[in-house]
Design a protein around this ligand. Structure first.
Ligand code: KIV
Ligand code: NA
Length: 264
């Protein structure tokens, strides 16, 4: 199958074909997701919580993102690899944003994602002008978890929905190629998806977005996260627990290893 590029996501929207994105932070999961035909791999700053054990993505650093981006990009050929700009690497000024964006592309990303709307439009434009494709991220923006008073659905009232729509338009006008909508009422996400020319990618944003994304450990039931918007497509936690317990029992009972696992 052909390498996924920006234009394929645009073509999918125009043809009414929904596409899939999953997070990935390591070579092995990336290879599995490529084989499964996932179109976009997001090296999300959620790595800080899912892999590194922090309680929010505020703690994920640029160096973390470079490391995980390298691991994923070295492992796959077909999916589009998008990497998050870490908290603090694009808010100070556009020049810093471009410098960090360049480093993510050098690490193997093909596009970057940043959080925020109209306030980030000039930064998005600077990145795009530098040849760095930008995915936007609106609604609940995890790097602002403290400012937003926790994980909450955004854009519920009319004024908030209108400002979300304005932010989406500002990102599109600034040159963003797609926008993630996180924790947004379905009806609001559907309306934004309809008026935007570029694709939307939903997480907790209902069925009407052009694409969908989940954190892979939530999707596969490894994290144990039970948000309303998550469907667990496997019970990896249960499976891994069973394997580790069986391994322990086999070791303690000397049932493993046997001669067939040993060298003469
Ligand atoms: O970091 C991440 O996993 C994300 C997705 C939830 C969109 O930004
Ligand atoms: Na993120």
């Amino acid at each position: 199958p052909a390498k996924v590029r920006l234009r394929h996501l645009q073509e999918a929207k125009e043809a009414g074909r929904t596409f899939s994105m999953l997070t990935s932070y390591d070579a092995l999961s990336a290879q599995v997701f490529e084989e499964a035909g996932i179109d976009v791999l997001l090296v999300g700053d959620s790595a800080g919580t899912t892999v590194l054990g922090y309680d929010s993505t505020v703690h994920t650093t640029h160096q973390d993102m470079l490391t995980f981006t390298g691991a994923v990009s070295r492992a796959v050929r077909r999916p589009l690899v998008v990497a998050d700009l870490a908290f603090g690497t694009y808010q100070v000024d556009a020049a810093e944003a471009v410098r960090h964006g360049v480093e993510l592309l050098r690490a193997g990303a093909e596009a970057v994602k940043l959080e925020g709307g109209a306030a980030r439009a000039d930064t998005v434009r600077a990145l795009v002008d530098a040849g760095i494709p930008v995915m936007g991220h609106l609604g609940f923006t995890p790097q602002s978890v403290n400012a937003l008073s926790g994980h909450r659905v955004q854009g519920r009232d009319h004024a908030a929905a209108d400002s979300l729509a304005e932010d989406a338009r500002a990102l599109q006008d600034a040159g963003a190629f797609a926008i993630v909508l996180e924790l947004v009422p379905s009806e609001v996400a559907g309306r934004i998806t309809e008026f935007l020319e570029i694709p939307t990618i939903g997480i907790g944003a209902g069925p009407d977005c052009d694409g969908q994304v989940l954190v892979w450990q939530d999707m596969a039931g490894l994290s144990g996260f039970e948000g309303r918007f998550v469907r667990r497509f496997a019970d990896l936690r249960g499976e891994l627990l069973r394997a580790a317990s069986d391994y322990r029992t086999a070791v303690e009972s000397r049932e493993y290893p046997t001669a067939e696992h040993s060298f003469e």
